[in-house]
Design a protein around this ligand. Structure first.
Ligand code: XIL
Length: 519
């Protein structure tokens, strides 16, 4: 185990910004305050290219999501098509857009066997493929270093230091799709592997950590991910676990593991997805869903889209058992923009919401109890969807894909709509900031604070959740307390804080904190 890394992280002071509770009227242009991302415990991302930075697609991205990934613009062939020729224009356009709209950016990707120009693996003089000779190995390693370092230097020059308020980059896929579960050591035989051997993964993380995090392993500003597809398959899941554990055992600065989750309705069991989330939660590093989509198999009919809606809801509910996820990203905005067939996304091409959107939205949204105007709202939140964060572990979900088509009407089309014929609409109560501070040491107290003024009748509830190394979630306290003592059993675990504010005449507001990781 990377002892130094984990011990020093465990003792690190933390200050986590969750949001300031403030009663504000949400204007139409206030981005991300009412969309899909607003009620989910984790940032919700979408893969985009420049087409989604203008016009109505841009409005949907900015209002529904809180993070973006460049679908292609940060891949090696886009950044350095010819050796020494760097083109940042496409990437900058997306990051500028994110910066302008307060969205986080997930970097994708540094080292991959696809969309990587052949020159990386070719001798510049003989034009022959590089071999595994010491000279060729040194050349390829240097090319990796130059590629990663030049990109990182550009990004910190243009957007300010990583981790600063002007730089929206929060994570990077350092290695993409390097796992092959059918190989004895679980590693894909790519050109990277053929020339450098298995150590290319270690090198990529070390170079990336120097470039993006100045070598910091305690609270690094950019989370460095190993990302792969098919992690829902048990054999692949196991291979990822083995490779990731090996990296951590060798003290390689692995920041997290990403599951792409390119799923198919009816043939990717929700239970497999859930088992992977539970397994990766035991690694003690961040975990993210990086490229979620779910294709309809066969003809895309209204019935099939309803079933897809139910499937997205079931997936969403399973994801909700992991409020500590770093982020959940869907791989594209609307169906015709997907790299897959089978209408796998959340929006139609006219940008209207599909049942898949409604299903996911229903799963991630805290249920709001209608509050009659003029009466005091219930101070303690009572989510009607018990699977939101169960206080005790819930049984593993089996595939929730119904065999019969489900009418669209069974998928809730929106949340936060009280049935009561309320005459005066409730004002929005927005939680935008809360700080959580304290020392991440066993026995220490963490304190959550709401730094700004609230309406005089407001009541704020704090709930602390943990994800133990088993991957199960336990509500430690559900009191109206603002302090939380770090117990022994939370080692190698994470903490998530849910803050709920209620006030007469206002809608209830809910915000989830970023996780605190205890190693
Ligand atoms: C896909 C893009 O969506 C397409 O536009 C492109 O033509 C090919 O790549 N796994 C990944 C992504 O890590 O980069 C891929 O994106 C989809 C599969």
């Amino acid at each position: 185990m990377p002892v130094l890394n984990r011990v020093s992280r465990a003792a690190a002071s933390i200050v986590i910004v969750v949001g300031i509770v403030a009663a504000t009227v949400v204007s139409a242009s206030a981005l991300g305050t009412s969309g899909l991302a607003s009620s989910a415990p984790w940032p919700v991302g979408v893969a985009i290219d420049q087409r989604e930075t203008v016009g109505s697609p841009a409005s949907v991205v900015a209002s529904e999501f809180s993070q973006i990934t460049a679908e292609n613009a940060m891949k090696p062939d886009a950044i350095q098509p010819r050796e020494g020729e760097f083109t940042f224009t496409g990437a900058d356009r997306l990051i500028d857009f994110a910066q302008a709209h307060g969205l986080r950016v997930w970097g994708h990707t540094l080292v991959w066997h696809k969309q990587t120009p052949a020159w990386f693996f070719t001798d510049p003089i003989t034009k022959q493929p590089l071999t595994d000779s010491p000279a060729d190995r040194a050349l390829l390693l240097e090319r990796m270093r130059v590629h990663i370092t030049t990109l990182a230097t550009h990004l910190s020059t243009r957007y300010g230091a990583f981790g600063s308020s002007t730089n929206p980059i929060v994570a990077f896929d350092v290695v993409n799709e390097v796992i092959d579960e059918w190989e004895t050591n679980g590693l894909r035989r790519s050109e990277w592997y053929r020339i450098l051997g298995p150590s290319f993964i270690d090198s990529a993380f070390q170079i990336a950590n120097d470039a993006f995090n100045a070598g910091k392993t305690v609270d690094p500003p950019v989370a460095l991910f190993l990302n792969d597809y098919g992690t829902e398959w048990p054999k692949k899941r196991q291979a990822v676990m083995t490779v990731a554990s090996g990296l951590l055992d060798r003290d390689i600065p692995l920041g997290g593991v990403g599951s792409q989750f390119h799923l198919t309705v009816g043939s990717s069991p929700v239970s497999d997805v859930g088992d992977t989330l539970d397994a990766f939660a035991t690694l003690g590093v961040e975990q993210a869903v990086t490229e979620l989509d779910a294709s309809v198999s066969g003809t895309v009919t209204p019935e099939a889209l309803s079933v897809q809606g139910e499937y997205f809801r079931a997936i969403g509910e399973r994801l909700m058992r992991h409020p500590e996820l770093f982020s959940v990203t869907v791989w594209g905005l609307n169906d015709s923009r997907s790299w897959r067939t089978g209408a796998p996304l959340l929006f139609n091409d006219d940008l209207s919401k599909k049942p898949s959107y409604d299903g996911l939205r229903a799963a991630v949204s805290p249920k709001v109890t209608p509050t009659p105007t003029g009466t005091t709202p219930t101070p303690t939140p009572t989510p009607t969807r018990t699977s939101l964060i169960p206080p005790t572990p819930t049984p593993t979900a089996t595939s929730a894909v119904p065999t019969q088509p489900v009418p669209a009407a069974t998928v809730p089309s929106s949340t936060k709509v009280p049935d009561a014929p309320t005459v005066v609409p409730l004002k929005p109560l927005q939680i935008s900031r809360v700080t959580v501070s304290g020392k991440l040491r066993v026995g220490q107290r963490l304190v959550a604070r709401v730094p700004s003024a609230l309406p005089t009748n407001a009541q704020v509830t704090y709930q602390w959740y943990t994800v133990k190394s088993t991957g199960k979630k336990v509500a430690i306290t559900k009191a109206r307390s603002r302090t939380f003592t770090v117990p022994k059993r939370l080692k190698r675990s994470t903490i998530v804080v849910r803050v709920t504010a209620s006030a007469t005449g206002y809608e209830r507001a809910v915000k989830w904190s970023r996780l605190i990781t205890i190693r």
